[in-house]
Design a protein around this ligand. Structure first.
Ligand SMILES: [Zn+2]
Length: 407
């Protein structure tokens, strides 16, 4: 049997129509979670789902689930989805692609009169971005049992509005209980440059990188830049600079998709003729394997000790966040590869450097993700862009992988 294909024009049009809700002058989208614009986006999605014959339900944290019945109601649903909220200067595709691709899967199955054995569900997860309310991936986190809905309802934005109040205000505080999920797929733009760089259409995502974040405080001594000889200084910025080089070295030397970044630094007193006495900085260390991640951190701690001794400063390295690496379901990842091959699409294995709702769903259901390229690897940016043929290709892989899982 030849592989199924979706209606590429209809999917693209749905994405462009949805992007009108919260459209920005530069061509992006600003649709912050649980705002009235988010309500409009949700209402639009629910309306389309109902028009496609689906039944919808909403849970306590506002996640929306739209179901297309299967022939065997005893089977757990095969689910796909992503998020409808955006960053303040977000794009048209981050999140929206995964939700609209799921809707298009259902519309296409309707066109073809195909009934799957297991039900098909499309999820729109609440507050993936974590921009208005922390933490990120709130909706999928509640679904996967990482957080309780009650605790999340108490989270407040900068204006003191709670998640619970915001959910009630937009009419999306429901009571649907979670259901067992047979398989979860999420289609998403890569948000990085690898697929474009390697001229690959589909990324079969093996999992997400583990992360360890650190706050680093370096204390030396403020001193006059003129009278203080070089060998007698306790220059915190010199030590910080050497540590930045080490962070970069470690990420380049270690295997398993190692990444390490210093993205923030505060120099004190930050005056041109004073030897800096204090530096606060961050380190973000990532790896696909826990052991390698720990080895990178041990290496960095050793480097920091050596630099402290040589620069005669104190370096305090404090871990502030740990997020374990995730490994998606090998059989489902393989079904993504197989669907790509059947469609004649180039495909490579890839790991996700960013976290997604799929990372939490992976804890409660067999999970896989499908990446497609985005222009210049740019995301969380109004200029975020993707090619129509790549969007269609990702949805084509999705429909075949989902039908294979749903029987
Ligand atoms: Zn996203």
């Amino acid at each position: 049997m030849p592989p199924l294909t979706i209606d590429a024009d209809r999917l693209w049009q749905s994405l462009m129509d949805l992007a009108q809700i919260g459209a920005t002058p530069k061509g992006g989208v600003k649709r912050l979670t649980l705002t009235d614009l988010d309500r409009q986006g949700r209402d639009c999605f629910v309306g389309w789902c109902k028009a496609a014959g689906m039944t919808t339900r909403v849970d306590a944290i506002g996640n929306i689930f739209a179901r297309r019945a299967g022939s065997d109601p005893s089977l757990p649903p095969v689910m796909t989805g992503s998020h409808l909220d955006t960053q303040p200067s977000g794009g048209k595709f981050d999140g929206a692609f995964g939700v609209m691709a799921g809707l298009e899967v259902v519309r296409r199955l309707n066109d073809l009169g195909v009934t799957t054995r297991a039900p098909i569900e499309v999820a729109a997860w609440t507050n993936e971005e974590g921009s208005r309310f922390v933490p990120t991936m709130m909706g999928s986190g509640v679904y996967a049992g990482i957080y309780t809905a009650e605790a999340m309802h108490r989270q407040k934005d900068v204006d003191g509005v709670s998640v619970g109040e915001a959910l009630a205000a937009i009419g999306y505080r429901g009571d649907a209980p979670p259901v067992r999920v047979g398989a979860y797929f999420e289609a998403h733009i890569e948000q990085g440059p690898v697929l474009e760089d390697t001229k690959t259409t589909i990324g079969a995502v093996l999992g997400g990188l583990g992360q360890r974040w650190f706050d680093v405080e370096i204390v030396g001594q403020d001193a006059h830049a003129g009278p203080t000889p070089m060998e007698l200084r306790k220059d915190a910025l010199l030590a910080a600079s050497r540590l930045v080089i080490e962070v970069n070295r470690v990420a380049r030397e270690y295997p398993d998709n190692a990444r390490a970044t210093v993205g923030h630094m505060r120099v004190s007193p930050n005056s041109r003729n004073v030897v800096p006495g204090t530096v606060d900085m961050t380190m973000d260390v990532r790896n696909a394997r826990d052991e390698t991640l720990l080895a990178m951190v041990a290496d960095l701690r050793k480097s920091a000790e050596a630099i402290a001794a040589e620069c005669r400063v104190a370096i305090d390295v404090r871990e502030v966040l740990y997020f374990a690496p995730s490994h998606f379901d090998p059989a489902l990842v393989d079904s993504v590869r197989k669907a790509a091959a059947a469609l004649g699409l180039s495909c490579r294995d890839i790991v996700s450097g960013a976290a997604h709702d799929a990372v939490y769903m992976n804890r409660v259901a067999p999970t896989a993700m499908i990446f497609v390229p985005c222009e210049g690897g740019l995301s969380h940016n109004e200029l975020e862009n993707a090619r129509p043929e790549h969007i269609a290709a990702g949805a084509n892989v999705l429909i075949n992988a989902m039908v294979a899982a749903a029987g």
